[in-house]
Design a protein around this ligand. Sequence first.
Ligand SMILES: Nc1ncnc2c1ncn2[C@@H]1O[C@H](COP(=O)(O)OS(=O)(=O)O)[C@@H](OP(=O)(O)O)[C@H]1O
Ligand SMILES: [Mg+2]
Ligand SMILES: [Mg+2]
Ligand SMILES: [Mg+2]
Length: 438
Amino acid sequence: MSFSINASRFSATRPLHRHGSLIFPRQPSRVFIVRSSLPFPSEKAKYYRELEAAVVERACCLCVDVKKTLFSSDGRVLEKNDQTPVTVADFGVQAFVSLELSRLFPSIRLVAEEDSTFLCSNNLADPVVNAVNDKTNSGDTPLTLATIMEAIDRGKDACDFETKPATYWVLDPIDGTRGFLKGTEALYVIGLALVVEGEIVLGVMGCPNWQENISRKPPIGVVGHDRSLYGSGIIVVAHAGCGTWRKQLPNVDGQTSNPYRWIRCFVDVCSQVFKARFCIPESQSWDSLPLSAIFSATTNADSLGDKQILLVPKCCGSLCKYLMVATGRASVYVQARTLTIIKIWDHAAGMICVEEAGGKVTDWKGSQLDLAADHAEWRVIFPSGGILVTNGFLHDPILEMIASTSSALSLVQGKVTHIPKDLFGTDHITSKHPTLVN
Ligand SMILES: Nc1ncnc2c1ncn2[C@@H]1O[C@H](COP(=O)(O)OS(=O)(=O)O)[C@@H](OP(=O)(O)O)[C@H]1O
Ligand SMILES: [Mg+2]
Ligand SMILES: [Mg+2]
Ligand SMILES: [Mg+2]
């Protein structure tokens, strides 16, 4: 991945696509609109068939249907031993996607978040079996619990990989389950990626409650299902060398307001750090991150002060923040590596969607995330310091700021820290010290 960011601060030449072609930043007039099952010809995309199979529309419908019943019946939500929630929809989506992929590509392994252990010990089996059968073709004989459990567990048996990097799917059936449970506007994402020899070659993100036309409200009097014609739900696909594209999810009646299906996605073109829009994990505070030594943060765009950056509040999940950067709604997503184990499925699909939209993803030292570092199970990644996701233009300036605040932190623990002038344009003194895990 190579972007030509030149040495001077806050100004950058146009980023180069990972395959050398120029990426033009998103211009309102330059919206590429394509009608087809996928937005590029199969001869351009080596993994065209895999991507066609990976488009997770029906899995999104499963989430929407389960969500409607979720609040009408208790006991459908569990807490796993890592204190994170799991629902009928998480299991249902993993079973549904696993069955579909194993039918079409039986030799490609699956690395996925959930396993069936919780299913039976918490009487979720029947609702999961019903949810999956409801989405599979009615002509088939109904799927049994055993078949569905086996499909779910395909996602955990992958740990017997041979030592060399292999070809495998990476699935987060619902990223942002906490948001899914909130029943509000909190985004949640189905994330599926394909890894070949250690490289992510395609990614798909389905976001059933993404508001596409946030600036355009439905005309007065449009209610019920028609509201979903005005932009609820998108599918985003990315393939190495083919860019990132989005289309609206059909509404419950199978219609969309956008007759031209696929629209090209680009990161935003912000090249000045203090004008960037930032996303951070809801479970982490701005003050715990190194950049807080240089900027304070506000969520109020109308009252941005000097040395303040704008935080775009996005609850829950990692992949929705990648979605924000890939579609240009945010410029940066930064996550510290805390004591939480960082799982590959929380990031893989988002990484390629951002990179193919012109952005960049590295750890805080600027290194690519090593997907093969977890030789045992291929499920955990070990980014140094944390993960930085940007629009490409801002990457190196922010890496320098992180490095300078970290080195200042290691040099003068607990005392005043001097941030070099050129990083921020003026001398900047601060005494806040973020906590870092390298
Ligand atoms: N302690 C721990 N161990 C393992 N995994 C964890 C942990 N905390 C958060 N996560 C996963 O990170 C995903 C995002 O977390 P959250 O939903 O809390 O949102 S946020 O990142 O804090 O905004 C979220 O992914 P999903 O479970 O797919 O929603 C969490 O599973
Ligand atoms: Mg989870
Ligand atoms: Mg997740
Ligand atoms: Mg999940």
